[in-house]
Design a protein around this ligand. Structure first.
Ligand SMILES: Nc1nc2c(ncn2[C@@H]2O[C@H](COP(=O)(O)OP(=O)(O)OP(=O)(O)O)[C@@H](O)[C@H]2O)c(=O)[nH]1
Length: 393
């Protein structure tokens, strides 16, 4: 009888311990944060299958340790520092603007600056796309100062011309990029412009500039018109470890832009860069689409910077297109691309004067780091092929 009692008690003990073993892990798991859906699915499968078999670490039949295969992540690129880029890229600018600078300096070096010479100087500036109004201002001021100062030497004239060109470029304008967010939110940059101007390339280059400066970046591929544009952007981002948010081909650009900012907020990135499409048949369509992108993105908060990408080789025509964009979105800065491929560097002056918006960056080639912060004095030096202004002839 006592034996039966002991056996019954032992069985009861085993049952109680077994029951606790089943309950305790469930209680522990209840305190864990919810898992994303994909992870929940994986966990459910794991639970069904029991603990994972660590076959990768040891071969059970032989007892010999087997190394797990190493999958190497593609190496991230280290972009060039941004400081002094315009000086480093000076030769690109000097090469394309050589005729313009040399021509002007040749004219100023003449023994006698008569009416014809001044007219030729005007023509050179207009040919270089400086624009008629700006050219008149520059030449009038140069003539006046030459007369008052009695300036004669070629060196002095060159310095006066350089000073006038710098003045025409409005060196006091704020050209900094607003890439720092507020209240824990990322800064949001919207990139707009007509197709082929270099929007996607410039987004990629800006991402590199930001990464080089220690920022984290999320890219938004809101150019859903051209499928390759999203691939192109993703490739740029992947090279420096920036994530790209994209939608299906033909998806609503505004919703992709919205998702990109959402992702940037969730991931805690410093800057979200949104690439848009410019391929619209008419002004109304452009207004509707860009206006919607702007409105939808602003549900998260204000847009910090809207950059208009302009192809420098399109000259005065580009200015007309630019005006349409400035009517739709609040453009805060211009990026002039392809300045390496035109002798019409004067377009920088015309753009700022016509649009009243600072040129903040210039594209000087197709290379990944061929984008430079714009600096009026360095630009004029490169344009004229002269030494820095402070140095006298
Ligand atoms: N030489 C030179 N080429 C440039 C520069 N910037 C962009 N490009 C080239 O211009 C071409 C068009 O650039 P994209 O970035 O695809 O232009 P996009 O505005 O995004 O074009 P869509 O997506 O069709 O709207 C590419 O071949 C670029 O390599 C530059 O500063 N210099």
């Amino acid at each position: 009888m006592t034996d039966y009692l002991l056996v019954a008690l032992a069985l009861l003990g085993v049952l109680i311990l077994g029951g606790l073993g089943l309950v305790v892990p469930r209680l522990r798991r209840r305190g864990e944060p919810p898992l994303p859906q994909t992870e929940v699915d994986t966990r459910a499968e794991e639970d069904l299958a029991g603990p994972p078999v660590e076959a990768a670490e040891s071969d059970l039949s032989t007892g010999v340790l087997v190394e797990p295969p190493v999958v190497a992540a593609p190496p991230l690129e280290v972009p060039e520092p941004t400081a002094g880029r315009l000086v480093r890229l000076r030769s690109r600018l000097a090469r394309s603007q050589n005729a313009f600078g040399k021509g002007l300096l040749g004219l100023l070096a003449r023994d006698h600056l008569d009416e014809d010479a001044w007219e030729e100087i005007e023509d050179s500036l207009i040919t270089a796309d400086v624009g008629i109004d700006a050219t008149r201002d520059i030449v009038d001021r140069l003539r006046e100062r030459t007369r008052v100062l009695g300036t004669r030497s070629a060196g002095e004239l060159r310095d006066l011309l350089a000073a006038e060109l710098v003045t025409a470029l409005d060196p006091g304008l704020d050209r900094s990029l607003r890439t720092t967010g507020r209240d824990g939110m990322p800064a949001v940059l919207l990139v707009v412009g007509v197709n082929g101007a270099g929007k996607t390339t410039t987004c990629g280059k800006i991402a590199r500039v930001l990464v080089a400066d220690g920022r984290s970046v999320t890219l938004g591929a809101a150019d859903t018109f051209r499928a390759a544009a999203a691939d192109q952007l993703e490739t740029w981002g992947g090279r420096v470890g920036a994530e790209t948010v994209r939608g299906a081909e033909g998806a609503d650009p505004a919703s992709v832009a919205f998702d990109a900012v959402r992702r940037g907020i969730d991931a805690g990135t410093d800057t979200v860069l949104i690439d848009t499409a410019g391929r619209l048949q008419n002004k109304i369509g452009l207004m509707d689409e860009l206006g919607k992108v702007k409105r939808v993105v602003e549900k998260h908060g204000p847009i910090d910077e809207t950059l208009l990408i302009l192809d420098a080789t399109t000259g005065q025509n580009g200015l007309e297109q630019a005006r349409v964009f400035t009517e739709v979105v609040n453009v805060t800065g211009v990026v002039l691309t392809k300045l390496d491929g035109t002798a019409k560097g004067g377009i920088v002056i015309a753009v700022q004067r016509k649009l009243g918006i600072p040129v903040k960056l210039v594209g000087l080639g197709e290379g990944a780091d061929d984008l430079a912060p714009f600096d009026p004095a360095q630009f004029v030096d490169a344009l004229l092929g002269t030494e820095p202004l402070a140095r006298d002839a």
